[in-house]
Design a protein around this ligand. Structure first.
Ligand code: COA
Length: 171
């Protein structure tokens, strides 16, 4: 399903998008609050993208790329994962290349993903941020998510256990 907003085109992720995602997943600043550190191996990014494309095909998740409306500039990616049709819930995720932060693109893209989730019957969205991921927290709060708790020691990253904030939005 292609989603279009005022400035953006969200297209289903394809394996060939791995080359555009690599520089983003290779950037330590973008990956500072991700569950895994920045990735140096393009083949690993390709393997991750292949898994995400397979999850989208099987209905477990939806992964989109985010580009400008004319398709010329690759900006990032967003997704719905852990889709549970019985309980009508899913988790939302997003990332953008560092050079395009601060322009409202994440807000615009995630708003359209939330509308899509609502249209497919999802009634609860969750999101999880590492403690200190202030930009993501701000985005989620702008979208109407409420903080629901602290997941202590949820992520093991670079040899340290990190706490995560859990957010929820009822649609
Ligand atoms: C999380 C992330 C996607 C947020 O990106 P972002 O560009 O800061 O988010 P937004 O789209 O909400 O943009 C908000 C900023 O754009 C500005 N802006 C400019 N034009 C705007 C517009 N038309 N509409 C809304 N905001 C606009 C806002 O003022 C705000 O700037 P500020 O942060 O300096 O106050 C980005 O930081 C990222 O990719 N992080 C790394 C990956 C990550 O951690 N993902 C989350 C894992 S849970």
């Amino acid at each position: 399903m292609i989603l279009e907003t005022q400035r953006l085109s969200l297209r289903p992720l394809q394996v060939s998008d791995a080359e555009f995602l690599f520089p983003i997943l290779n950037d330590p600043e973008v990956m500072a609050h991700w569950d895994i550190p920045e990735i140096d191996d393009p083949d690993l990014v390709r393997a991750i993208v292949e898994g995400q494309v397979a999850d989208t095909a099987s209905g477990k998740a939806f992964h989109w790329t985010i580009r400008t409306l004319d398709g010329a500039t690759f900006l990032g990616a967003c997704d719905l994962s852990d889709i549970d049709r019985w309980h009508k819930r899913a988790e939302i995720g997003f990332l953008l290349g560092r050079d395009v932060w601060g322009q409202g693109y994440a807000l615009e893209a995630t708003r359209s993903v939330i509308s899509y989730a609502a249209a497919m019957g999802v009634r609860r969205l969750s999101a999880r941020t590492h403690l200190g991921n202030l930009r993501s927290d701000a985005l989620l709060e702008k979208l109407g998510f409420e903080e629901e708790g602290l997941l202590r020691g949820h992520v093991l990253r670079d040899g340290e256990h990190r706490d995560c904030r859990l957010f929820g939005l009822l649609l």
